[in-house]
Write a protein that binds this ligand. Structure first.
Ligand code: AHR
Length: 325
C-alpha cells in the first residue's frame, strides 16, 4: 500500500474511533441533561433479612427524594431472577443499572450485554468474581473480610482464646459468606484453643439459622460454647433455639454476629447476643451520588468502602437511640 493510501486509511479509522467515543460519551452526558428524569434499575437479591429490608428502603427512599424513575426488582434469592431483571432493564433503556449480586460468580455474560448497550453498571453490597473488571464501573459496600476479622478478634479476647465454635454461614457462594468465613478462620488460627467444630448455611435467614442451631444442639449437646453467625437474623434465630433448649444465649453460649441491625443491638443490650459487627446497609445516597458522577463523565474510584464499627456490652446501649436501621 502506498503512503497516501495509508494516510487515508489512518484518517478514516481515526474519524471512526472519534465517532464511537463521541456516541458513547454523549449518551452518558445526555442522561444528565437538566430536566431529564433518570431511569435507574436495581436488581436486589431478595428480602432474606432485616439488613436487606433496610437496604431496599434506603435505595427506594433516596430514589424518590431525587425524583428518579426507579425500577426495583426483588430477585427472591435467585440469581436467574436477577439476571432476567438486568436484561429487562437493558431492554427498557435505563440510564444505569445497580446490582446487589446474590452470588459471586456467573455474571459476565449479562454484564457484557449491559456494556454492549453502553449502560453503566454499579455493583452494590456484594462483589463478584470476574476476569474482566471493565464489565462494571465500581463497587460500593462493606469490607466483609474485615468484618469477619473484627468478629474473630473480639471473640478471642472475650473468651480468652478458648472454646468450641459452631458457625452459621450465609448464602452459599455469596461474597459475604465467602469472606466472613475465610477471615474468621484466618484469624482464629492464631488461637489454638479456638476450634470450629461444625459449620452450616442458614442462608442469612432467621428461621433457617434457628433450625441449624437446633440440629447442632441435638448433635453436639454441650460440646460447643460459641456461635459465630454471618448475620444478625441467623444469630437471633440461634438465640431463640438456645433459649428453647433451656440454656441462656449470651451466657451459656457466646454469640458473635455481623450486621448490627437494631434488634440485634437491642439483644446485645439485653445480654442475649454478645457482639455484633456493623455492616451498614444505608448506602442509597452514595449509590445515587456515584451514578450522577458516572453519568456526567467523571471518573469514580473502583471501590467505595463503607466504614463499619462494632457493638458489644460496652457501647451498645449508648448507640441504640441513634441507630438508623
Ligand atoms: O450482603 C450483606 C448481607 O446480606 C447481610 O449481612 C445480610 O444480613 C444480608 O442478607
Amino acid at each position: 500500500m502506498n503512503t497516501p493510501m495509508l494516510r487515508n486509511r489512518f484518517l478514516r479509522l481515526s474519524a471512526f474511533a472519534a465517532a464511537l467515543l463521541l456516541t458513547g460519551f454523549s449518551a452518558l452526558h445526555a442522561a444528565t441533561k437538566p430536566g431529564k428524569v433518570l431511569k435507574i434499575g436495581f436488581a436486589q437479591t431478595g428480602a432474606e433479612s432485616a439488613w436487606r429490608t433496610a437496604n431496599s428502603e434506603s435505595m427506594k427512599a433516596e430514589a424518590a427524594k431525587r425524583g428518579i424513575d426507579f425500577k426495583f426488582s426483588d430477585g427472591q434469592g435467585k440469581q436467574e431472577n436477577q439476571i432476567r431483571a438486568v436484561r429487562s432493564f437493558i431492554t427498557q433503556g435505563v440510564d444505569a443499572i445497580v446490582i446487589a449480586p446474590i452470588v459471586a460468580t456467573g455474571w459476565d455474560p449479562v454484564l457484557r450485554e449491559a456494556k454492549r448497550a453502553k449502560i453503566p453498571v454499579i455493583l452494590t453490597d456484594r462483589a463478584i468474581q470476574t476476569a474482566d473488571e471493565s464489565l462494571y464501573v465500581c463497587f460500593i459496600g462493606s469490607d466483609f473480610y474485615e468484618e469477619g476479622r473484627m468478629a474473630a478478634d473480639w471473640l478471642a479476647k472475650a473468651v480468652n482464646g478458648k472454646g468450641n465454635i459452631v458457625e452459621l454461614q450465609g448464602t452459599p457462594g455469596s461474597d459475604p459468606a465467602n469472606e466472613r468465613r475465610k477471615a474468621f478462620a484466618d484469624a482464629i488460627v492464631k488461637h489454638p484453643g479456638l476450634k470450629i467444630i461444625d459449620s452450616q448455611s442458614g442462608n442469612f435467614e432467621r428461621t433457617s439459622g434457628k433450625q441449624v442451631i437446633e440440629a447442632f444442639l441435638k448433635k453436639h449437646g454441650k460440646n460447643f460454647s460459641i456461635v459465630y453467625s454471618h448475620n444478625d437474623d441467623m444469630a437471633l434465630g440461634a438465640a431463640q433455639a438456645i433459649e428453647e433448649a433451656g440454656l441462656k444465649p449470651g451466657k451459656d453460649i457466646t454469640i458473635v454476629s455481623i450486621d448490627a441491625v437494631r434488634e440485634a443491638v437491642q439483644a446485645v443490650v439485653a445480654g442475649r447476643i454478645n457482639c455484633t459487627v456493623e455492616c451498614n446497609p444505608l448506602f442509597g445516597p452514595s449509590v445515587f451520588d456515584t451514578i450522577s458522577r458516572v453519568l456526567s463523565g467523571e471518573k469514580v474510584p473502583k471501590k467505595i468502602i463503607n466504614q463499619d464499627e462494632l457493638f458489644d456490652a460496652t457501647n451498645a446501649a449508648a448507640a441504640l437511640p441513634t441507630r438508623k436501621y
